[in-house]
Design a protein around this ligand. Sequence first.
Ligand code: GN1
Ligand code: MG
Length: 359
Amino acid sequence: MRNIEIAKQFKVNSIVKLKPLRSGLINDTYLVWTQEAETPKYVLQRINNYVFKDVACLQNNISKVTRYLRKQLIVQGETDIDRKVLTLIPTLEGKTYYTDGETYWRMMVYIPHAEQPKMSHELFVKGGAAIGRFERMLAEFPTKLKPTIPHFHDIDFRIKEMNKALTDAVLSNHDLKGMGDLFEDLQMCYQYFKPYFSRFKEMPQRVCHFDTKLSNMLFDDKGDVLCLIDLDTVMSGYITSDYGDFLRTAANTTNENDRAYCHVAFNMKVFKSFTQGYLQEMKQILTPAEKELLPYSVLLFPLMQSVRFLTDFMNGNVYYHVDYQQQNLVRAKNQYTLLENVASNWEEICNIIYEESKL
Ligand code: GN1
Ligand code: MG
């Protein structure tokens, strides 16, 4: 079925055109125009069923969370609610997604927004506050959400997967040139920090976003955050996921694809601004264990992402889109360099979190 035919399976009128939007490494996204409008009215997404095995569960999580957030916004007397939370469009049959048996699709209202503001202290404070607000608004969410990706941020599981990938790659004679000591270095770091990561279960499970980054935030023309988007991974888990994963991308002085590893550093200014914003919103409700373990998430995410990229490299690049064969190895080394940089700022990271989380 052509994409425009797919779009017509949803409860919308007079679709005239679709245009692909390149974003993210996982789903395919299209902007949808209707007859009356100059700007797009909807977003059509093909859900990556290789990554998300249980689309029904994923769409159920998004639907429950967005409806809950909408109610909260109404109670708070918010205006412009349609831009502050995503709205799913049902299919003609009233379902939250459409499938032709092979591919899976969803449609949402397109939220008009401004460009992401220039990098600044304010931007990262606002980014941190937006994530904190999202979690705080969901703090009383009545049910536990099922994982859309089982073991998604489970480092023990990711290490096992990496070990398995190495065994499989050796058995099938895959080209593993260029790995150097990365595999052993990652194992060593994991063993060293394991006692801390295993304490994460002392934290309560909360509804979290699980893919926090600036590109998953929409801004208005004043540079304020309208809402968080890309809710595929919304599920119950630890707040360390949202906090640590944001810093992994935002506080890297370059991006994860940069092969000049000397460009990689951990930006302490970004770290501090983001931490300020996040804790402003969250420090009242965090438990002592959450406050104490937050610093370890700053280490955990570059480590876990390095492990995930290296695993995919050894598996023959089946998970992340690549432009060249070694790209996942480059990404893995880039993230490992970031991890080293986090470690060299360790004391200051702990001090800042401690100070900002005081009531
Ligand atoms: C994937 O596609 P994107 O950029 O939203 C991945 C994240 C990784 C990220 C690394 C479901 O997210 O966990 O951190 O790539 N999402 C999934 O770039 O695996
Ligand atoms: Mg994503």
